[in-house]
Ligand binder design. Structure first.
Ligand SMILES: Cc1cc2nc3c(=O)[nH]c(=O)nc-3n(C[C@H](O)[C@H](O)[C@H](O)COP(=O)(O)OP(=O)(O)OC[C@H]3O[C@@H](n4cnc5c(N)ncnc54)[C@H](O)[C@@H]3O)c2cc1C
Length: 460
């Protein structure tokens, strides 16, 4: 395959044609807007900041419909201008950052809900997950899973940039369990095609594609029946105890759950709003749990564990103003940690389901306080519960991070490295099928160039 296209050919004539399609108010070229609108959350990685800090689009365009989008893509392909899709901009690896300028296409005006029942939500790319969760509740449904960024993430941004989140302990990840029923894409061709993908094989080429294979315009999410969720935090004297109890509860299918998260001290001290409410006692490791069990049922379930219940939110407060306990989980944990101490960063791992405690203990012995454990229990595609992790790392340089990653991989802990913007650096996430899909749907390699090592000579 040829290499990525050279820097953008976006000139005044092309801009004028695009402005005629979307209206001049919906195309932006002011330097400040370009800078802020081109960034995502790559600042979570101290390795990525110097690589991506100066990258930005030449224009940001906001189409309202698929028909407008198709016309914009047609113009961009004619002029051979790079195209970068963008939702809420919460991606963590810089995968939505324009590496070669061009047109950043923000989907926030593509916000139609096509159909919403208790079973499915069929929405346009830019509809926020928060909108779906709110609207679904009114018809007796709820999202099966959502990232902790639910309030800002777009539908298409989540299915292309995310992987799972709150709810994954029951429903698994995006690719599992028929969680995503349908995705509609537009190809990046002289005459763009609109294609509906419905089979698991076809969907595999867009789920977690990080905007590299095709432009998503519609998503159909499978929904779950609305549940009355109770939110609890439990404090344990000992991390090993918190882990053992968390794992046991996570594996207990008799207890319906939306979240089971374990934090090793000192992570809880970073959660300042929760600490202010007495939920994070000094030195204690914590278990966060969202379950349908009421306080009386939980009191008897936890009686023998020695844990103290330090925080509770009833179902009436689910989604209410203020915070939810999931606002401190998944990658929000890292956000709180970095806010508390800017030398902190993170890793993303998958531990062995039978060796979790042993692997964590061995890593602690080798790396000490450089790494603190944050475990998110999720359901794997075979139905078993697996310990995913977003460990907090005290950053001492790129070499230390890579040493830690290599050690983890050598000891059976799989790492999805969040400190690279090249999606194909981890072929377990970005599979060879996606490269074939890119050849078919983006033959000129105009879509989100610069994020595939296989297609670029650039090195990290
Ligand atoms: C604090 C924090 C917590 C997070 N927690 C989680 C979590 O719990 N679970 C999780 O999975 N992720 C999590 N993430 C990562 C991120 O939130 C998810 O990837 C998120 O759902 C992305 O949605 P977005 O709309 O912000 O996407 P964006 O950041 O706008 O885009 C993400 C990627 O998708 C591509 N994209 C966007 N729209 C389209 C489209 N229409 N067609 C094709 N490609 C498109 C972009 O080019 C980019 O590569 C977290 C991030 C942060 C900063």
């Amino acid at each position: 395959m040829p290499t990525d296209p050279t820097p953008s050919n976006l000139d005044e004539t092309v801009l004028a044609r695009i402005a005629a399609i979307v209206g001049s108010d919906n195309i932006k070229t002011e330097p400040r807007t370009l800078r802020s609108g081109s960034r995502d959350c790559f600042h979570f990685s101290p390795v990525l900041i110097p690589q991506l800090d100066q990258c930005q689009a030449d224009a940001i365009v906001y189409p309202a419909t698929e028909a407008e989008l198709v016309q914009v893509i047609t113009e961009a392909v004619k002029a051979q201008v790079p195209i970068v899709p963008r939702g809420g901009g919460t991606g963590n690896y810089g995968q939505g950052v324009p590496m070669q300028g061009g047109l950043l296409i923000n989907t926030r005006r593509m916000n139609r809900i096509f159909a919403l029942t208790a079973d499915i939500a069929h929405v346009a790319a830019g509809v926020s997950l928060w909108t779906i969760e709110r609207e679904a509740a009114a018809v007796g449904g709820e999202l099966r899973m959502f990232p902790s960024t639910i309030r800002t993430s777009s539908s298409a941004g989540f299915i292309t940039g995310g992987s799972g989140g709150v709810g994954s302990i029951h429903w698994g990840m995006l690719r599992d369990n028929d969680n995503i029923r349908h995705v509609r894409i537009v190809t990046i061709e002289a005459e763009p095609q609109c294609i509906d993908l419905t089979t698991p094989d076809a969907l595999r080429d867009v789920l977690h594609n990080c905007g590299l294979t095709a432009f998503v315009t519609e998503v159909t999410f499978a929904l779950a029946p609305k549940t009355r969720w109770h939110q609890y935090i439990y404090a344990f004297d000992d991390f090993a105890e918190a882990l053992a109890q968390g794992e046991q509860l996570a594996r207990d299918d008799g207890v319906k759950k939306r979240l089971a998260t374990v934090f090793e001290w000192p992570i809880p001290q970073y959660f300042t709003p929760l600490a202010g409410k007495g939920a994070c006692p000094d030195g204690k490791s914590l278990l966060f749990l969202i379950t349908d069990r009421d306080p009386a049922a939980m009191a008897s379930l936890m009686a023998a564990t020695g844990a103290t219940n330090t925080f509770y939110l009833p179902p009436e407060d689910d989604g209410a103003r203020g915070f939810q306990i999931y606002d401190f989980t998944w990658n929000h944990t890292t956000q709180w940690a970095m806010k508390y101490d800017s030398s902190l960063t993170y890793l993303q791992e998958m531990f062995d389901r039978e060796q979790l405690a042993a692997q964590l203990a061995a890593r602690k012995e080798r790396f000490g306080d450089q790494v603190s454990a944050h475990i998110e229990f999720v359901r794997a595609s075979d139905g078993a519960i697996r310990p995913a992790a977003l460990s907090i790392v005290r950053y001492q340089g790129r070499e230390q991070l890579w040493q830690l990653i290599d050690w983890c991989e050598a000891h059976g802990i799989r790492v999805a490295n969040p400190h690279t913007h090249y999606l194909d650096d981890d072929i377990r996430w970005f599979n060879a099928g996606m490269l074939d899909a890119k050849r078919r749907w983006d033959p000129h390699q105009l879509l989100n160039p610069g994020h595939l090592r296989a297609l670029t000579a650039q090195t990290a």
